[in-house]
Design a protein around this ligand. Structure first.
Ligand SMILES: [Zn+2]
Length: 285
């Protein structure tokens, strides 16, 4: 049995009816449909008892969609779940509901970090290049099998190369920081201090470490957290390079200007690696 929803529940001479996949009937002004969308006018709509066309979308999605068709202004996309708005975004593209497409596009872009795989799928399907570039860094480290499922074929190799570029940059970053046995000399081992002549991005220290005997433990703790962020994301470098270096890490190094500056400089170095080695995803297409 079909059930009717409160909104769009009144059938008149000027409305067209649609049925959602969960069997709710929507009556939408034909004039709005003509103006706002590429909905096909249902054939024989005025000749009862022709059944209204069944759409593949569910009633949540269609109610939102038809509210856009209806030119409602106070549609809050933060209220429904991501999956509902993602379905709306697809429906808006499918039926070319112009009032919804732009809003949905902005919404999907804003969800790049929270829902990278779904947003990547949406952006690839519609070739929204600005969204592809925004979301691709958050898909780094995702299983290739997963990406194969959601990406059209011609996007897969570019994605693999993009992902690999992150792995290469990650290695460069790790070598820039984690290869050093001695981060900073203590008073006792100062004369044995060894520096890499190629490591021109940061000069050797002139004074003993202000962290004293806590030096190793402090750096070990910081490295552990950065490495965890890195490995657990499969090498998402913007997280690794920028976000994983937290304020509290700097706070722990405040008693040693050298160590403090070293972490700061390393973060700058990480950003340079990203800038030099990482091109936007769409440049791989
Ligand atoms: Zn130090």
């Amino acid at each position: 049995m079909s059930s009717e929803v409160r909104k769009f529940s009144v059938s008149t001479q000027t409305t067209a009816a649609f049925v959602s996949c969960d069997k709710r009937v929507f009556h939408v002004e034909r004039e709005d449909l003509d103006r706002m969308t590429h909905f096909m006018p249902p054939p024989n709509a005025f000749i009862p008892p022709a059944p209204p066309p069944k759409l593949l979308e569910d009633s949540y999605t269609l109610e939102l969609l038809f509210r856009f068709v209806n030119s409602e202004e106070d549609i809050d996309l933060d209220r429904p779940s991501f999956s509902t708005v993602a379905a709306l975004a697809e429906a808006a593209q499918k039926y070319q509901v112009y009032s919804a497409t732009t809003v949905c596009r902005q919404y999907m872009k804003s969800q790049a970090k929270a829902h990278p795989v779904e947003v990547m799928q949406y952006a690839a399907k519609h070739d929204f290049r600005d969204i592809l570039d925004a979301v691709a860094p958050y898909t780094v480290g995702t299983a290739v099998a997963t990406m194969q499922e959601i990406l059209p074929d011609h996007y897969l190799i570019p994605w693999v190369l993009f992902n690999d570029a992150h792995q290469q940059a990650m290695q460069a970053m790790v070598k820039g920081q984690f290869d050093k046995e001695v981060l900073h000399v203590t008073q006792e081992n100062m004369k044995y201090y060894w520096t890499d002549p190629e490591e021109v991005w940061f000069p050797p220290p002139k004074e003993a470490c202000g962290l004293g005997d806590k030096q190793q433990a402090t750096w070990d703790a910081i490295h552990k957290r950065i490495m965890y962020a890195l490995v657990s994301t499969g090498g998402q470098l913007d997280i690794f390079g920028a976000l994983s270096v937290k304020d509290d890490m700097f706070a722990r190094l405040e008693s040693c200007p050298y160590c403090y500056t070293r972490l700061f400089e390393w973060r700058e170095y990480a950003w340079r690696v990203i800038d030099n080695k990482i091109r936007d995803f769409t440049s791989f297409l």
